[in-house]
Design a protein around this ligand. Sequence first.
Ligand code: MN
Ligand code: MN
Length: 284
Amino acid sequence: MLRHTYRYYFHILLFLLVLSGCKEIQVSPRQSLEEQQLLLGNPNGATSDINNPNNYLMQKPQFALSYSRDRGTPNWVSWHVNASWLGGADRQDNFRADPELPEGWYKVTASSYRSSGFDRGHNAPSADRTKTVEDNAATFLMTNMIPQAPNNNQETWANLEDYTRRLVAEGNEVYVIMGSYGIGGSGSNGSAKTIDKGRVTVPKRIWKVLVVLPEGENDLQRINSDTRVIAVDTPNLNSVRSDWSYYRTTVDAIESATGYDLLSAVPEAVQEVLESKVDMGPTK
Ligand code: MN
Ligand code: MN
């Protein structure tokens, strides 16, 4: 009996040794998923410090974001989409409070936007994260949402999101950063500055920047002055046009409106060229 017990423990020990060996291989890739989402830079020095409540960095495997506790929304959300993020996982629709917010902070919930006239507008879209159920569910955390005018969400933004995945289907990979700023929008119940008893700020403007590369390796090093960059800045109004291309602008214009330095990991000389151009490429 005793001999059997020792043998039992010996096998457990062997198993643990093998497991720890595997884990070592898994945790030391060249670039973590968290790093991948923030490859083009942290635009405003967001930190994961609870004393920085309105520029609080949260890094998930699926996307990175700067959270504003007082606005109850992200300032921006950054992520990478290529074929490896797309698969057959169903839309989970499990909108929920983000349990990773610091203790004591108000946590926006699935029902915070109810009857507000604004959609729970994803920053990182559900359809960009369909490889696994877990990845898709991550996009339904309320830290990934803004109160978005329904037509902005369901038309303008949906068209731009579809176009992004079309670019992927055509053999590209895309680095996306989306954000919002200002106060006050107009949804299906008219104008509002805040919802959820003042705990969630309705943004005035919603912007997005896409950096498009042919699928490949060493993405940061491949960005040059010919790289396609699409920047849009839209009003958070239900009267918004459904054609996102009408709102194309420069990264420079978004930077001066927000005070951020977008694409900050890209060499300064390349940023200067890319950020001053308005994209004229295809839109469908
Ligand atoms: Mn949406
Ligand atoms: Mn910049």
